[in-house]
Design a protein around this ligand. Sequence first.
Ligand code: TRP
Length: 450
Amino acid sequence: MTPKSKARGLWASRMGFILAASGSAIGLGNIWKFPYITGQNGGGAFVLVYLACIVVIGLPIMLSEFTLGRKTQLNPVGAFKKLAPGSTWTLVGFMGVVAGFLILSFYGVVGGWTLAYIVKSVSGASVHFGSPKEAGEFFGTFIANPVEITLYHFLFMALCVGVVIKGVHGGIEKACDILMPTLLLILFLLMIRSLTLDGAMEGVSFYLKPDFSKISPQVILIALGQAFFSLSLGMGAMLTYGSYLPEEENLLSATLYVVLFDTMIALLVGMVIFPAVFAMGMEPAEGPSLVFSVLPAVFSQMPKGNVVSIVFFVLLLIAALTSGISLLEVVVAYFIDEKGWPRKKAVLVMGSIIFVMGVPSGLSFGIWADVKLFGMNFFDHADNIASNYLLPLGGMLTAIFVGYIWGTDAAQSEIEKHETEFHWVKAWSFIIRYIAPVAVALVFLAKFFK
Ligand code: TRP
């Protein structure tokens, strides 16, 4: 270990790394975003396109990011600088830092909603709905209240800042250790409740039966963006996490575990939400409020619903935090490594700027709902620019960099350190050089020339 890597910190254990990387991947993207965009984009067919994007594009790019990170032991900007000195490739790393700012700005808002729903479950306010319509109206009133929204948004960001100040294993690693098993358990429980509601099967078929007429270039771009978003790819978050890895870590199995966990959780959440949506006669395409109006209605129909609700939103909060901190960590690592800032200063300054940047997104469902450009409010723009453009572009450029500039052979020898056997190296190189960049480029082209 070089003195430098000691100062930056390393993961304490192998499982710690897998949990932390899964903690980054699993978050609001799986539980809040995946169901609502699946609902907006036609259900089953969207799910299939999403899964294809995960396997064909997401998985190989995640391996590339981990490898770049571990090789360079640096933040995204530093990593590209080190492997291709004096070139414009550092801009890719820089783009990642910008994406981190943008994503966390609206992510923090939704993190705030989660925090608020813990409080509202404790007080019982959010679990006594006679109908899902009531639950939806309750949520609508809440997100339109500028003071309350901004306050919870601030609290969520303060929590992220608190964890990231403590550094890699003090904060991030510990926070992830208990999450996964508990989250899985409660999702199973909720799935059983949902599936046993009257009329649930209609939801199951919406979710699992593909209707291919619903697929368009726009839908494919959204599925691709969601794959990147959910796996935390395309902006150097996984690169940064990989940079805290010791050499004996097996990058291949880590990649497989993270992708598997993340996808499993998203698919499971769909099986909770859609049966309930249809059983209760709600609209699957309702948008960002979907989960926050469906689940409280489900909780209201369960014995001890308030307890289940508290547990669920606490878990969602932890999932959101472990993702939020990975976003903040990318930005912070850049200022520590490249600008020589002390960690504390980097976290406090950047955390505050990101919070302020997010305030307009928070107001997008209330007093600024009518501030629109091209039919989208602040919140939608931040999400759309980051998820559907910056992330896929970042992922495509990462693939090109590893495929052609740094070279798949160099990557292979990094992956094969400590006698790790890389059986699917040929398939991976082929995908990284030819499939992933071309697929992303085609999706962009199809979108612009449709
Ligand atoms: N993947 C996280 C989620 O699903 C969000 C997230 C964390 C993220 N870090 C990221 C998205 C980096 C893109 C890039 O909630």
